[in-house]
Design a protein around this ligand. Structure first.
Ligand SMILES: C[S@@+](CC[C@H](N)C(=O)[O-])C[C@H]1O[C@@H](n2cnc3c(N)ncnc32)[C@H](O)[C@@H]1O
Length: 332
């Protein structure tokens, strides 16, 4: 066989890529990774533990072996180190809720051909709707992805040793940055701007961490809310830039520059595309999510951030990889 000739294998895998979303989402829905972690290691025992059919358990296990998330040895199944780290429930970095959420979003992709033709959402937009219940499921499911990023940002900012420090988190969602930063620094205070129902979720989660007394919420629209003048040492804009267009990002960065004290730092976290649009792969793919869900969003290039942040009055702009698909941007 001539192995320089292309084969259809990879394309077939891509065409059927939804199998992976389905198998992973179904396994997470039935806590399979958590049962495997507890030592339940055969299809019949997993079926009994998860309350599913044995045929279903075996099919999921076969699929998970194929996807490289479960290993089979001597007739016994176990999580790969990757699945053990990121798919067992209850761990800070667990993506199991996110896997379930994305399974629910899968049907929306059938609109993509129409969305591409129209250049934006063809049914109700998601991002532009005030108090959209969409976020209530999203913010807790995505929080785990910001945990390592918030820790890296804390290191860079020397947050633990900074004493009294005030933080503004715009679109803070679950309050993941505040939860981590207020736990690291007992003199830090944080204000989160988000829709009311989301702030209620964040307040509950921060109370569970015992830091709610230093956490203030402002309910409202980030485009019109008053951020104040020279009030904060640090501002956070994490996974917001991709839902916004260039003009809105520039306007918000300008208001955030004003809200920061002189010398304060804006921390942006997002999927940043290389200037020549050649990568990284996750950031390139994520743009389709924003085409589906927002009127103006997308994944933006480093040069876009540099231009908007400079226009907003920031002078020192640095990009830092995070070991995840997201990039941190520090602007002073
Ligand atoms: C993708 S989540 C990011 C959450 C968090 N910053 C993180 O990185 O995990 C987007 C957040 O922005 C909030 N949001 C979106 N549009 C908003 C708007 N116009 N005004 C206020 N909050 C908004 C959503 O409610 C949600 O909490």
């Amino acid at each position: 066989m001539d192995d320089t000739q292309p084969t259809p294998d990879r394309i077939l895998q891509l065409i059927n890529g939804y199998w992976a979303t389905g198998i992973l989402g179904a396994a997470a829905s039935h806590s399979l990774f958590t049962h495997l972690d507890a030592g339940t290691d055969t299809a019949d025992r997993l079926a009994a533990a998860a309350g599913i059919s044995e045929r279903g358990a075996q099919t999921l296990l076969d699929g998970l072996v194929s996807l490289g998330l479960v290993e089979l040895s001597g007739g016994r199944y176990r999580n790969t180190p990757e699945a053990a780290a990121f798919l067992v429930e209850g761990r800070p970095a667990s993506l199991s809720e996110f896997a379930k959420l994305k399974l629910g979003h899968m049907g929306a992709l059938t609109a993509l051909p129409d969305v591409v033709r129209a250049g934006g959402p063809v049914t109700d937009a998601t991002v532009e709707v005030a108090d959209n219940p969409h976020w209530e499921k999203v913010v807790t499911a995505i929080a785990a992805q910001s945990v390592p990023v918030a820790k890296i940002a804390a290191e860079v900012l020397g947050l633990a040793d900074r004493g009294e420090v005030s933080v503004l988190d715009v679109g803070g969602g679950s309050g993941v940055y505040s939860a981590i930063w207020l736990s690291l620094n007992p003199a830090a205070r944080s204000t989160q701007l988000d829709w009311g129902p989301i702030n209620a979720i964040a307040r509950r989660l921060l109370a569970e961490k015992g830091v709610a007394d230093r956490f203030t919420c402002v309910d409202g629209d980030l485009h019109t809310a008053d951020f104040g003048l020279a009030e904060y040492d640090i501002a956070v804009y994490s996974h917001i830039a991709h839902q916004e267009g260039p003009e809105d990002n520039t306007a918000t960065f300008t208001r955030l520059r004003d809200a920061l004290k002189p010398g304060g730092t804006l921390v942006v976290n997002d999927y940043v595309v290389d200037d020549d649009r050649s990568g990284p792969p996750f950031a390139l793919l994520f743009a389709s999510e924003m085409l589906l869900k927002s009127k103006q969003g997308g994944t933006w290039r480093r040069a876009d951030y540099e231009s908007w942040l400079s226009k907003a009055g920031f002078e020192d702009i640095t990009f830092q990889p995070t070991g995840s698909p997201a990039t941190l941007i520090f602007a002073r």
